[in-house]
Ligand binder design. Structure first.
Ligand SMILES: Cc1cc2nc3c(=O)[nH]c(=O)nc-3n(C[C@H](O)[C@H](O)[C@H](O)COP(=O)(O)OP(=O)(O)OC[C@H]3O[C@@H](n4cnc5c(N)ncnc54)[C@H](O)[C@@H]3O)c2cc1C
Length: 371
């Protein structure tokens, strides 16, 4: 009988796995907590080898061409002068186009929204997922693809299932390009721009619009400002407009107005004028604290972890999507190799544990000047 596979989490990682497994003939269902879906919520990503490989595998290589190119890297000083240039063109693929493409490759009845998992229970030859809506689903294999705050992880990794805060956070903005003042746009657009200070840096680049549009006038400017916070100070940063402390991040519109005003004032005081203007142009900045996480294992019984539910690496690596693609390939290949699910999961874990560990360690090295 074809094994039933339930994937918890329907972002890029869950979809990569679902599409590969569905095409390999498995009975796959994805359950995603978001009610409205994830369309229009991403920005850009630097594609690595695994991403090109998965696009090729499912016959949608054209997606690798949909992005915004930065022709060079520039480094600014505090006054806004360009102090260094590197001719290293780089393309940012549209996260939204990638998401939409893989979502469209999975039949609608295989992708359920508004289903938030709250726990997973192991069974002899499978596992049972409990949902916030009171429902339950049993499967021969449950895959946790539910990201950094995974509800599945504790069932696999045990007590050490909470990611470690590394001492800094990123403030971010995604500004329609027309809202960036002309002088700032003239310096920043079509380039990968950086400004570095002690214990902090900001970078920015253009990405596609929320609909994947890459034509001039329809793109967005994405800036990312890394700032240090002691753990006590992080509590205030991650407390939202309703006074609730969130564990990892605050979404656009959830940052308290006083904190938005303070961010803008700091930008005016600390950043080169073009970056200060880009920060001021974002009415709804959002914030992500940065974490590391290395699980003791990726598989327990018939429950497996993948993507950010398994390993959390720092964003400097730009490898989150590639890591999820690599996990999806490894899981599909292991399961396709034989009827013995348990042996396949052992092989999957042996394949991906070293890769995840090395990506987390790479992120730690890249973040040394901040952490
Ligand atoms: C909306 C969105 C936009 C993003 N935009 C970018 C981007 O522009 N560039 C970039 O490099 N990376 C982006 N990322 C992150 C990137 O997708 C991940 O780092 C990487 O691809 C690994 O993906 P993942 O699927 O493992 O985890 P994630 O992408 O974090 O996805 C986890 C998914 O699980 C769902 N989920 C969480 N808890 C539960 C639960 N209890 N029950 C059911 N579902 C649950 C979440 O809603 C989410 O869809 C984005 C992620 C999201 C969710």
């Amino acid at each position: 009988m074809t094994p039933r596979i339930l994937i918890v989490g329907g972002s890029i990682g869950g979809l990569f796995a679902a599409v590969l497994l569905h095409r390999a003939g498995f009975d796959v269902t994805v359950t995603e907590r978001s009610v409205k879906g994830l369309e229009g919520r991403g920005a850009g990503l630097v594609a690595q080898q695994e991403v090109f490989a998965i696009l090729r595998e499912v016959g949608v290589e054209h997606v690798a061409q949909i992005g915004v190119v930065a022709h060079e890297r520039i480094y600014l000083d505090r006054e806004g002068d360009i102090i260094q240039r590197q001719r290293t063109p780089q393309m940012q693929l549209s996260w939204d186009v990638l998401f939409r493409t893989f979502r469209d490759l999975l039949p609608d009845d295989r992708y359920q929204t508004g289903r938030r998992a709250i726990g997973v229970v192991r069974e002899a030859h499978g596992a049972r997922v409990r949902y916030a809506d009171g429902g339950e689903e049993r499967a021969d294999l449950v895959v946790g693809a539910d990201g950094i705050g995974s509800a599945v992880r504790a069932a696999v990794a045990g007590p050490h299932s909470v990611p470690d805060y590394v001492g800094y956070a990123t403030w971010r903005g995604l500004v329609p390009e027309g809202a960036v003042p002309a002088a700032a746009a003239g310096q920043l657009f079509e380039r990968f721009a950086f400004y570095e200070m002690a214990g902090s840096h900001i970078l920015g680049y253009l990405v596609a619009g929320p609909d994947g549009a890459t034509a001039p006038g329809r793109r967005r400017y994405n800036w990312v400002w890394y700032r240090r916070y002691a753990p006590e100070a992080l509590d205030a940063v991650l407390t939202d407009i309703e006074g609730k402390r969130l564990p990892f991040s605050l979404a656009p519109g959830r940052v308290r107005p006083d904190d938005v005003a303070a961010l803008r004032a700091d930008a005016g005081r600390l950043l080169p004028p073009s970056f200060a203007d880009a920060v001021a142009a974002e009415p709804r900045p959002f914030v992500h604290a940065i974490f590391d996480y290395v699980p003791a294992r990726m598989v327990l019984g018939r429950i497996a972890l993948m993507g950010d539910a398994a390993f959390v690496a720092r964003p400097h690596t730009a490898m989150g999507v590639a890591k999820a693609a690599g996990d999806a390939f490894a899981l599909r290949n292991a399961l396709r190799n034989g009827p013995d699910l348990d042996a396949a999961l052992v092989a999957y874990e042996a394949d991906r544990m070293p890769v995840g560990r090395s990506i987390v360690a790479y992120g730690q090295r890249l973040g040394q000047s901040l952490g």
